[in-house]
Design a protein around this ligand. Structure first.
Ligand code: PMT
Length: 425
């Protein structure tokens, strides 16, 4: 059982999306982990799911209206707003996000959100074009700057037949990320704390990346030779995942484009799984524009020129097999070459002439910063829990540098994010 959720009072808000039917399962999961759950449905949500279903699952009356004398006599809306440890809205429609981003209080759910000092979390759900619309993205950023945590949305097939970002995360995923988000917080932090003053904010935690969008690649890519074999490398994803966790903890909206690894998705991070370099580039481009791109993945420079549809067979003789390789796209250089380029950070994995090779990649790929690892150093680089790196960035006269000694990838990620945040400000 998740200890970060046990005993928590969760106000579950449900708005008018087709994903509302999944909220019944979410309510059940929350109850099973020991949460007290009170549900508020918007008017439109009742077209998708009934109050009776949620009442049966939570064992509590479900609220639907602000102006309901009977319900208000039981627990007034301000009392309900104070009762909650966490407000979780799933699904959160584009319309609800817009109203919350602009401080509306024209129904029970928006009023509660304005009145509560609880941690506020939402799982957006809408059509992909609606999610990609600059108005929705601006509302998402505005909500994050008020202290909201956004979980997802996921990408994939949509109920309307479209494919793309906008699907609500699955209830299990929302539940796990909610638990991880609460576990990572020493103290609930709400938009009320955040809006008061920057001094108060810093004393609670460091959210200097609130409102920033960060895209990070992590892990290896796999380049298929045939249905059972591939070219790859030893990247575990630990360095990239540590960076994603550090950026998200500081309030950034993080998309982590990950090669095949066996790591948990960090709290409040949107993760897109890919296999090959070409898939990684597509996923990165779908997540742009952003304020900062960090290319931490160990992307295969080459892929097989032909992928055999059948398993490659040994010949009867002892002859060698020659593979013809073709160049993969350079993801970090593609991002840095865009007209709307973000602050672009690359990594360099080197086995010799660290400084010369890193400086060459910094200039050739037009990066704003490069983080170079000597991957021959014992206990650092690929697969290890620790790393030691040297940062290089363009200076007025010459390349500037800073060396960071061997330490955990988490500690290193914190310092790297400090250096990046100082340049994004
Ligand atoms: O995953 P871990 O086990 O924690 O290990 C971390 C790490 C060693 C993989 C990481 O710290 C690291 O160094 N990542 C970059 C590895 C790498 O591919 O280096 P490179 O020198 O080949 O590439 C330079 C830069 O170009 C990198 O930012 C890379 O992501 C990018 N690149 C490379 C090739 C390509 N086709 N597209 C790219 O974007």
């Amino acid at each position: 059982m998740s200890t970060s959720l046990f005993g928590k009072r969760v106000l579950l808000g449900i708005s008018a999306g087709i994903a509302a039917y999944k909220s019944a399962h979410l309510a059940r999961l929350l109850k099973k982990t020991g949460c007290e759950v009170r549900v508020v449905l918007t008017e439109g949500a009742q077209a998708f799911i009934t109050p009776l279903t949620l009442q049966a699952l939570t064992g509590e009356p479900v609220r639907t209206s602000l102006l309901d004398p009977e319900a208000e006599a039981g627990m007034g809306h301000i009392e309900l707003a104070k009762w909650a440890d966490v407000v979780l809205i799933a699904p959160a429609t584009a319309d609800l996000m817009a109203r919350l981003a602009h401080g509306h209080a024209d129904d029970l759910l928006t009023t509660l959100c304005l009145a509560t000092e609880a941690r506020c979390i939402m799982a957006p759900a809408m059509n992909q074009a609606m999610w990609r619309h600059p108005a929705t993205l601006a509302n998402a950023e505005r909500l994050e700057s008020f202290g909201w945590t956004l979980l997802g949305p996921d990408a994939g097939d949509q109920a309307c037949g479209d494919v793309g970002p906008g699907r609500m995360l699955e209830p299990e995923d929302i539940h796990a990320r909610l638990a991880a988000t609460l576990a990572s917080l020493s103290k609930p932090l709400s938009h009320v704390d955040r809006g008061r003053s920057s001094v108060a904010r810093e004393s609670i935690d460091n959210r200097d990346l609130a409102g920033k969008r960060v895209v990070i690649t992590a892990g290896p890519t796999r380049e298929a030779l045939d249905p059972v074999r591939y070219l790859s490398n030893h990247s575990s994803g630990k360095m990239g995942y540590a960076l994603a966790a550090a950026c998200a903890a500081r309030g950034a909206r993080v998309t982590l484009v990950s090669g095949p690894v066996s790591l948990e998705t960090p709290a409040a991070v949107e993760r897109i799984d890919v296999v090959s370099a070409e898939e990684m580039l597509d996923a990165v481009e779908s997540a742009l524009p952003c304020d900062c791109f960090i290319g931490c993945a160990a992307v295969a420079d080459y892929r097989s020129a032909e992928v055999s549809p059948q398993k490659l067979k040994k010949g009867n003789d002892d002859a060698d097999l020659t593979l013809r390789l073709t160049r993969n796209p350079d993801i970090v250089a593609t991002v840095a070459a865009r007209a709307d380029r973000p602050f672009t950070v690359g990594f360099a994995a080197e086995t010799q002439s660290l400084e010369a090779h890193a400086a060459d990649k910094l200039a050739r790929k037009r990066l704003d910063m490069i983080v170079a690892n000597d991957v021959t150093l014992a206990g650092a680089g690929f697969g290890s829990d620790d790393n030691a790196v040297t940062l290089f960035w363009p200076g007025e006269a010459a390349t500037q540098r800073e060396s960071l000694s061997l330490q955990s990838k988490q500690a290193l990620a914190e310092i790297l994010v400090d250096r990046i945040a100082a340049r994004l400000a």
